[in-house]
Design a protein around this ligand. Structure first.
Ligand SMILES: *Cc1c(COP(=O)(O)O)cnc(C)c1O
Length: 463
């Protein structure tokens, strides 16, 4: 058919809408019209692009139904993380502890003392709700929480170094992903980047030689998502602090992930905890709430009282301020850290990161046994050794041993299987390694095992 004829055969919007209405009598008319327009317009584009040689009404309706079905479902949905990457930035970073969820529900369903001092009956500050507990855990003089760590860095630099120089090692000018690059954030903060050293080696004298009357501070940035190996030299926080004291300059460290628990006890690489960084004398430390800490998205700034107070008073703080749901979730998460054992057990991120391989294997066996009874015989199920990742730009060199369930079937290629699970409800995200589809069980909650089983049963019924 000619393009003109094809275009002419697209049913009128009203007709598409009426057809939809007969199928979805409860959906609002307004939405049906929107969908009918979208479907017609998409078909028109396809015709004009020469992608359609024929056209019938059924095809248009099928597309309209698909568009409507998608609109009727929420865009943000829960997924099952079987990638083994614990702090998976694309999958929402840290799942929250029950305690955090309960606090968020209570505080957001009702009114709260967010900015109301119950003792005096006067206006209060939202920051007090987490400041005390952060100070208690970290030993910091003062603390401030903002929307995320990127905001924490921006706000800190803008407060302490506007129009002045900030000295950073060239080995630490990192890009975290999602367009967070230290030099770009620095430029937007109004601070002037003064890079020193070489990519692989920076010495204390490099910092010292760069100090001048326009220097505001010395900055150390955690190399979150990469490692420098080989012929390298990095100046320790302690040495930077000594230099800072000599010239009366504050030392700021962007710790990135930030952790309160020494995870080297669990066979992970030694990373300084927030407490250790503060004890080394760093004046201001910033870190994320939703990476290794395992809480909601937040940026936490801790350090010397007069500096934190100046940062709090910066008008930009209002633009990056933390909301009440986050405060509720963060406070509840932080309270769990009073008892390290409790934190490791109840905070899902910490629990998954420290889960011993034998425990992961048990989950893999449970899933395998369940599936064996329910999936067709020709589906091969095998438990394989694999390596998980901490993720979230933390501990790039850590490779904790894990177990995965490998699923193989002559009916579906690994990539088809991966796609089917990704498009299921709920979506299940696994990974393909050497042409084999794997479900890494480290990051799978025990209660998700029956869900994975049901989804797979359905997939194999349909193919
Ligand atoms: C992750 C990270 C950030 C950004 O933190 P967000 O909480 O994602 O805003 C900044 N600096 C470093 C070193 C990081 O690892």
């Amino acid at each position: 058919m000619e393009k003109q004829d094809l275009l002419a055969s697209i049913p009128p919007i009203n007709e598409i809408k009426e057809e939809l209405k007969s199928l979805y009598p409860k959906v609002l008319e307004k939405l049906l019209v929107l969908v009918a327009r979208e479907a017609a317009s998409q078909i028109r584009q396809e015709v004009l692009a020469g992608k359609r040689g024929t056209l019938n009404k059924e095809e248009v309706l099928k597309l309209a139904r698909k568009i409507l079905e998608k609109k009727l479902k929420p865009s943000l949905v829960r997924v099952i993380n079987a990638t083994g990457v614990v702090v998976h930035t694309n999958l929402g970073r840290s799942p929250l502890a029950r305690e955090a969820l309960e606090a968020i529900e209570e505080i957001s369903a009702y009114y709260s003392n967010l900015e109301y001092d119950l003792a005096t009956g006067k206006r209060g500050s939202r920051y007090v709700h987490v400041e005390e507990i952060v100070r208690e855990i970290t030993g910091a003089e003062a603390a401030l929480v903002v929307n995320n760590n990127a905001a924490a860095v921006l706000l800190t630099l803008n407060t302490l170094a506007l129009g002045k120089e900030v000295i950073v090692s060239r080995g630490e000018l990192v890009e975290i992903g999602g367009a967070f690059r230290i030099p770009d954030v620095m430029a937007r903060s109004g601070a002037i980047l003064r890079e020193v050293g070489a990519t692989n080696r920076t010495h204390l004298r490099d910092y010292e030689e760069a100090i001048n009357e326009n220097t505001a501070l010395l900055l150390k940035v955690h190399k979150s998502n990469y490692a420098l190996l080989g012929f390298t030299k990095e100046v320790s926080g302690k040495d930077l602090v000594e230099l800072g004291r000599k010239y009366n300059l504050p030392v700021v460290e962007d710790l990135g992930s930030g952790c309160f628990v020494d995870l080297s006890k669990f066979g992970l690489p030694k990373e300084p905890t927030v407490q250790e960084v503060l004890a080394a004398g760093i004046d201001v430390v910033t870190f994320s709430g939703d990476k290794l800490l395992g809480g909601p998205q937040a940026g936490i700034i801790v350090g010397r009282k007069e500096l934190i107070h100046a940062i709090r008073k910066n008008p930009l703080n209002r633009a990056v301020r933390i909301d009440k749901m986050t405060i509720a979730g963060l406070e509840a998460t932080l309270r769990l850290y009073r008892d390290e054992k409790e934190a490791l057990f109840k905070i899902p991120t910490l629990h998954f990161i420290t889960l011993p391989p034998e425990e992961i294997k048990k989950k893999a066996i449970r899933l395998k046994n369940r599936l064996r009874k329910r999936l067709p015989k020709e589906v091969k199920l095998k438990i394989v050794d694999t390596i998980s990742r901490v993720g979230g730009g933390a501990m790039p060199l850590a490779n904790p041993s894990s177990y995965a369930l490998a699923i193989e079937t002559p009916r579906l290629s690994a990539s088809r299987l991966e796609r089917s699970l990704r498009n299921a409800s709920p979506p299940i995200i696994g990974r393909i390694e050497d042409d084999l589809f794997l479900l890494d069980m480290r990051t799978v909650f025990p209660e998700e095992i029956p869900i994975i089983s049901e989804v797979l049963e359905k997939i194999f019924e349909e193919v």
